[in-house]
Design a protein around this ligand. Structure first.
Ligand code: HEM
Length: 269
């Protein structure tokens, strides 16, 4: 049996696929959060960074397809393993407590996984494609002239004055909608809980969770998931409460000021 057949055709292979694709996706969501936290810096930062990602062209599409393949394999492995498990194991195969916690964990992973997939579809429509942006808050096509040169790791990426996609205003305007922000907060909350169980299971599958390390890895996982949740909460939370305000002169600042004049009860800063 070759490696591909072993990975896709056996339960342990599917567990390894789930762990490895999960690890790739954890890497992506962590990197994405670090990039997104630049929203609290000068608009040049996040707009220059987004422009850099867009300018990767075919490489960006390669990364997107790779991530999509990871999501598809991760979900497929989860579903087939859950079906196999429930077929192979009657309630009597375990003690009642173990059986109950296994069922609860898998149900909760399944339900949180479904909400995360739904969130992802909405999120791509909202920020990547710009379909799910409402009325005066629509900014998908807004352009932002860079105020200074943008460097990444010392390399010049965007020159002062160059017009780039205004991701900064898009995020501020997007999260000025309470319903949108609350949905993001619920989704990243569920994603953090999903990671809490998933990262633990990943360590187990990869054989990293022996007796000596178990408690330490568990603590690291909890700290990571909590930091991940708080980092993600900070963005919609700070924008919605007005703790973070868009920089003066940006499209977001102008549109929010106009919305506050038109309807003071809706946008109060
Ligand atoms: C507060 C939380 C988040 C913010 C502010 C945010 C922001 C953004 C923005 C602005 C884009 C579009 C970038 C561009 O078009 O240049 C984007 C794309 C994306 N986001 Fe998020 N995001 C958040 C959370 C998440 C989470 C939790 C996930 C995963 C479950 C996620 C997955 C993605 C993916 C897959 C893309 C598409 C990347 C691409 O176009 O190649 N995001 N996000």
């Amino acid at each position: 049996m070759n490696l591909v057949c072993l990975l896709f055709g056996s339960s342990i292979g599917r567990k390894i696929l789930m762990a490895v694709t999960g690890l790739v996706l954890v890497g992506f969501v962590t990197g994405h959060l670090v990039g997104n936290l630049q929203i609290f810096a000068h608009p040049d930062k996040i707009n220059g960074y987004a422009h850099f990602l867009q300018s990767l062209g075919p490489a960006l599409w390669g990364i997107r397809l790779f991530l999509l393949a990871c999501v598809v394999i991760h979900v497929w492995a989860a579903v087939t393993l859950a079906v196999e498990n429930s077929a192979a194991r009657g309630p009597e195969a375990y003690g009642v407590n173990k059986w109950l916690s296994a069922i609860l964990a898998s149900r909760y992973m399944k339900h949180s996984g479904i909400v995360i997939l739904g969130f992802l579809v909405y999120h791509l429509a909202h920020f990547t494609v710009g379909w799910a942006q409402a009325g005066s808050f629509k900014t998908a096509l807004a352009e932002y002239p860079m105020k200074g040169d943008f460097h990444l790791l010392g390399f010049p990426i965007v020159a002062k004055g160059q017009a780039v996609h205004d991701v900064y205003s898009m995020i501020f305007l997007g999260f000025s909608h309470p319903v949108v922000s609350l949905f993001y907060i619920v989704a990243v909350g569920l994603l953090s809980l999903h990671l809490l169980h998933g990262v633990d299971a990943m360590f187990q599958t990869l054989g990293l969770r022996n007796h000596q390390w178990a408690a330490c890895l568990r603590r690291l996982t909890i700290v990571y998931c909590l930091a991940y949740f708080l980092g993600n909460l900070a963005i919609p939370g700070a924008i919605l409460t007005g703790m973070a305000k868009p920089a003066a002169g940006t499209v977001a600042a102008k549109k929010l000021a106009a919305a506050a004049v038109a309807s003071p009860s809706v946008v109060q800063r």
